[in-house]
Design a protein around this ligand. Structure first.
Ligand code: B4P
Length: 192
């Protein structure tokens, strides 16, 4: 089994690259952002609570996203592996993912981090907001809040995997195809 954490700040290209990677490597895509937006669109109790936080650029509580990931891993018993997109976003989430995989005799093989300067993140998110209608992509102050949440709570997750020798940084600025090729090379190394 091949388990990859695709990591980066909001707008780094995680969702964009995940779509291509799942096809190329036959992996199951688990995006906590997509799972939360699905709950919101179905107006579930969880979705209503998550919406209030996401619309303010704040991370959803760890236990909520950990429970969602646990359910999705269990729902895919024959998966050849997973791409975790936007998860883990905090150290407790990273520890919980290790425990969830260990209980199935599996592990995270590697973290691939998309490195993108803040100004480019802001431009990408605002331009997606014009097309997607996502409320969290339309307001510069909200985008700034998401970047701050990333710096305060998510940036330490890189150190967690670096300490385990599992971190690979990729330049996330450039053509989508070029970046895909760089990520694919890293995944091929993990499979070798
Ligand atoms: P996510 O859905 O994970 O959203 P994201 O970080 O904004 O997007 P992503 O990084 O996938 O977007 P992409 O770059 O592909 O999270 C949304 C919210 O959900 C969070 O703020 C939080 O509240 C909550 N949440 C999610 N997971 C959570 C967790 N684990 N714990 C707690 N809360 C959680 O795309 C961005 C744009 O850039 C697109 O328009 C794309 O076309 C463009 N783009 C991508 N690559 C490009 C390139 N190379 N060149 C030019 N443009 C590019």
């Amino acid at each position: 089994m091949l388990n990859i954490v695709l990591y980066g700040p909001p707008g780094a290209g995680k969702g964009t690259q995940s779509e291509k990677l799942v096809k190329a490597f036959n992996l199951v895509h688990l995006s906590t952002g997509d799972l939360l937006r699905d709950e919101i669109s179905r107006a579930t109790e969880l979705g209503l609570k998550a919406k209030a936080l996401m619309d303010n650029g704040i991370l959803v509580p760890d236990e909520v996203v950990i429970g969602m990931i646990d359910n999705k891993i269990s729902a895919n018993p024959s998966a050849g592996g997973f791409i975790f997109d936007g998860f883990p976003r905090t150290i407790p989430q990273a520890e919980a993912l290790d425990a969830l995989l260990a209980s199935r005799n599996e592990k995270v093989n590697g973290m691939i981090a998309l490195e993108v300067p803040e100004q480019i993140l802001r431009e990408r998110l605002l331009s997606r907001g014009k097309i997607s209608g996502r409320p969290d992509d339309q307001n510069p102050e909200l985008i700034q809040k998401r970047i701050e949440e990333y710096q305060n709570k998510t940036a330490p997750v890189a150190g967690y995997y670096r300490n385990q020798g599992k971190y690979a940084g990729i330049d996330g600025v450039g053509e989508i195809e070029e970046i895909f090729n760089l990520i694919s090379q890293e995944i091929n190394k993990l499979q070798a």
